[in-house]
Ligand binder design. Structure first.
Ligand code: PBG
Length: 324
């Protein structure tokens, strides 16, 4: 009798391999981030993120139509305001860039799910994710602003709000304010386990949101920690988060898996700007095959336990899938 165990039997050809495949990527898992700026007729590539652009609202609408047409269900919208102040007032203005963009998208492409990033760093002159006094990022005062920003996005038509500031208690504050205004059915996707990461570098160029002094380590998490991520997730669920997020994704696959094993709630993972730019740069040099590396990376994020992936590759993947 042959005592050799032969796992290779199930790798015999691609049909059999597909039959036993445990994880597969679907366009429906993907969320596409987009950056919107003031002005008209603007589509400007971001230097450190080839293939990612700043769009003015008119061209953003064309882009969103394309995103819908390739089958991507949702976008994550970031505003890049032309005006900044100490309180980040454009972030909650009815005439702010995000609010205007959301109204237009909902008018022209109502079926796309619009998720808005709720934060202050792109809107404040100091570039921190909250209200700064005496060099400190104040927690409770910021939370009031974050809730106000979220409400203004929902009033403009946002389907889901995604607070990314990492202040304590902001999910509860947003939920309470939205409920009090009758928006009981608007989900919150909380950036729950968001690490202080150097992988956000290219994004900060795109969003013009780098901190002007210090860093974000007093509010974003230390990358040496894993148990703390579970505590953050538990708190956000308790406060009313409907979807929790782990960010970045690739260096944090272990965190995604722990969250998956410990909680019963949809998990989003953010395949962030630095993860995107590294692949783009290596592919440009001819050192890796972009398409196969991207599919491997995104599948690994899903295999780790993510239910949905926010990725700048979403459009490419959707196109690859439809032309296979
Ligand atoms: C805003 C925010 C950041 C990202 C998403 N929302 C940057 C940061 O926290 O500095 C990063 C996204 C990316 O790198 O792709 N707080």
């Amino acid at each position: 009798m042959d005592l050799v165990k032969r796992p290779r039997r199930l790798r015999i050809n691609s049909i059999v391999r597909d039959m036993v495949r445990e994880t597969s990527l679907d366009i429906k898992d993907l969320i596409y981030p987009l950056f919107v700026v003031q002005g008209d007729n603007i589509k400007e590539e971001i230097d450190s993120m080839p293939g990612v652009y700043h769009f003015s609202i008119d061209l953003l609408i064309e882009e969103v139509k394309e995103v819908r047409d390739v089958g991507i269900p949702a976008i994550l919208l970031f505003g890049v305001p032309s005006y900044k102040d100490k309180l980040g007032s454009e972030a909650y203005s009815e005439e702010g860039i995000v609010q205007k963009a959301v109204r237009k998208i909902k008018e022209k492409v109502p079926e796309i799910v619009v998720i808005t990033d709720v934060c202050m760093c792109g809107y404040t002159i100091h570039g921190h994710c909250g209200i700064v006094e005496n060099g400190q990022v104040l927690n409770d005062k910021t939370v009031d602003y974050i809730a106000k920003i979220a409400l203004s996005h929902v009033e403009a038509g946002a389907d889901i709000v995604a607070p990314s500031d990492m202040m304590d208690g902001r999910v509860a504050a947003i939920r309470k304010l939205l409920d009090s205004k009758g928006f009981v059915n608007t989900p919150i996707m909380a950036y729950s386990a968001k690490y202080a990461s150097s992988f956000y570098g290219p994004f900060r160029e795109a969003a013009n949101s780098a901190p002007q002094f210090g860093d974000r380590k007093s509010y974003q998490m230390d990358y040496g920690n894993s148990n703390e991520a579970l505590r953050e997730i538990a708190l956000d669920i308790e406060e009313g988060a409907d979807i929790v997020m782990v960010k970045p994704a690739l260096s944090y696959l272990d965190i995604i898996r722990r969250v998956k094993d410990n909680f019963n709630i949809p998990i989003a993972a953010y395949n962030v700007s630095g993860e995107y730019s590294m692949v783009k740069a290596a592919a440009k040099m001819g050192w890796i095959d972009e398409k196969s590396v991207v599919l491997e990376i995104l599948t690994s994020i899903k295999r780790a336990g993510a239910d949905m992936i926010i990725t700048y590759f979403a459009k490419d993947v959707a196109k690859w899938f439809t032309t296979l």
